[in-house]
Design a protein around this ligand. Structure first.
Ligand code: THU
Length: 161
């Protein structure tokens, strides 16, 4: 038997003022677009903004449904939009933020399991890591260098060959 270890290395910042200008701008866009989320059931509005290699920014928000499982997270709404608007254009960074009537938006949230799988597929497909910038409307911010770091032992397309 061998014990093996996997490790997550990430950066933590005290607030948005410590970020590089491009990262701060992307987080600000994620914060702003979160207002447009359709989240009447959870009242938890998530906004995501992604910077593509071509310099364009694509946004997404969560879209809920009266049939709860039909709802889609902001991250996957964004990935679908990016793939349709800019086929073959990798995403270099994605900022994710949130706000809500019932929550204090003062710390980072990280993508759910299903979104981690979707982000991991997007990275493989575009052959480029997506840096994640995670932060609320205020407070600490995490930067993770690749979405794949959030999904060790991912199930990938290589298993299907
Ligand atoms: N949600 C997202 O859109 N992204 C996340 O990273 C976490 C959760 C949404 C799903 C649902 O509409 C609401 O937030 C509460 O779970």
């Amino acid at each position: 038997m061998m014990e093996r270890k996997t490790e997550l290395v990430y950066e933590e910042y005290n607030d948005i003022s410590e970020l590089e200008a491009a990262d701060a701008a992307l987080l600000q866009q994620a914060r702003e677009i979160s207002k447009q989320a359709y989240a009447p059931y959870s009242k938890f509005q998530v906004g995501a903004a992604a910077l593509l290699n071509n310099g364009k920014v694509v946004v997404g928000t969560n879209q809920e449904n009266a049939s709860y499982p039909v709802g889609t997270c902001a991250e996957r709404v964004l990935l679908g939009t990016a793939a349709n608007q800019f086929l073959h254009e990798p995403i270099s960074a994605m900022a994710i933020s949130y706000q809500g009537a019932k929550v204090l938006s003062d710390h980072p949230i990280s993508p759910c399991g299903m979104c981690r799988q979707a982000l991991s597929e997007y990275e493989s497909r575009m052959k480029q890591p997506i840096r994640l910038i995670l932060g609320g409307m205020e407070g600490h911010i995490y930067i993770i260098r690749t979405a794949a770091d959030l999904l060790p032992f991912a199930f990938t397309s290589t298993e299907l060959k």
